[in-house]
Design a protein around this ligand. Sequence first.
Ligand SMILES: NC(=O)c1ccc[n+]([C@@H]2O[C@H](COP(=O)([O-])OP(=O)(O)OC[C@H]3O[C@@H](n4cnc5c(N)ncnc54)[C@H](O)[C@@H]3O)[C@@H](O)[C@H]2O)c1
Length: 419
Amino acid sequence: MTVDLVVMGLGHVGLPLARAAVSAGLATAGYDVSGTVVSGLAEGRSHVGGVCDSEVAAMLDAGFRATADPAVLDGAQTVVICVPTGLTPEGLPDLSAVQDASRVVAARLRTGMLVVLESTSYPGTTEDVVRPLLEHGSGLRAGEDFHLAYSPQRIDPGNEIWDVRNTPKVVSGCTALCAKYATAFYGRFVDHLVLARGTREAEMAKLLENTYRYVNIALVDEVALFCHQAGIDVWDVLHCAASKPFGFAPFSPGPGVGGHCIPVDPRYLAARAESQGFPFRMLAAAHEVLTHMPRHVVDRALSLLTENRGRPEGARALLLGVTYKADVADVRESPARPVAAGLLATGVDVFYHDPYAADFSVDDRSLPRATDLREALGEADVAILLQHHACYARETLGRARCAVLDTRGKAAGSRVTLL
Ligand SMILES: NC(=O)c1ccc[n+]([C@@H]2O[C@H](COP(=O)([O-])OP(=O)(O)OC[C@H]3O[C@@H](n4cnc5c(N)ncnc54)[C@H](O)[C@@H]3O)[C@@H](O)[C@H]2O)c1
């Protein structure tokens, strides 16, 4: 059976994309190298927050199938690559999954096919990395025999308003004709498309979007550090500044940034700039502030413990919310890890509460999990609110008998200390 679309990489980006395409009536298949992902989906189980099991079941009913067999690419009209783009142990862009996926496509490429890269990467990836692999592996030419495009994903985990269909999508092609094919494809299930001048502009636009968040979060974090030192209430400062109806976009301080995008994507930009002899000073400064924030949280918690018990060693610290984002089941790059590691290194016993994380480990050490919030607050010497999940009601935190260090500015009460 041939399909309209094969989505390569069925993770946080690929699965919602496949769901949107299936809903629009496209004959869609998914290709993933993970046997666990493929078998889970085949059994109607979703491994991605925001896509529920019943939606996977509906996709299967509509003809969707997931496979680890590259033969699924044979005869596909369009292939969209949504594989991970992480960092190497040295902190450099790791494009191995994009390269592997490109080689798999190259072996099955045929005249007239549209290939789109959606993975986030530095400007030049589509033209300088993907294109040569596709052309050498297939003997076909992009822009002449097949169409090659780049269209970054803007999925916002946990966002119930903006989804694949109603979020404007940037589209670009290696040639004007490539862009035309890509626009026609996305136009079948995305309401509003924005045409970029070329693939480099689209790649750079995605990096700018995430770098903008990165730098602005670092800015409010540093404002919070200064306000703490100067005895100024940063949350009131933010409340006042955010009342300006123009020229100010509000960001909130916190324990540091996490997830697979915000801490990673600016590294792609910095590494690319460095390789071209361009020192990206804003990124270096933001990186320094953001990597310091977990340490700041640890120091504030240790001071509270010292104030209340004389010494922090042997105290019990409860981490509330260990995922990287509120009400999202994803612990990748979570700042909860360096916070826990810093407390453990000082001899504090650390346990956690998080309805979204069944287990959580730090340096291969699994942290004890509490499932009853009130009970856990009763057992702790200090509770540290890291992510404001909906279950952390203001009143519950305000009534806690232990000290509460609130890094999100959400709690109030005599025992609550704000970041
Ligand atoms: N998660 C987000 O919120 C988000 C938002 C925008 C952009 N992005 C970008 O989208 C891309 C994908 O991110 P994600 O969060 O969906 O990753 P993910 O880890 O959730 O999913 C990636 C999937 O790709 C599969 N995979 C790995 N190598 C493969 C290969 N060679 N061939 C086929 N499948 C392969 C993995 O098994 C996994 O199922 C990244 O570049 C990321 O930066 C992510």
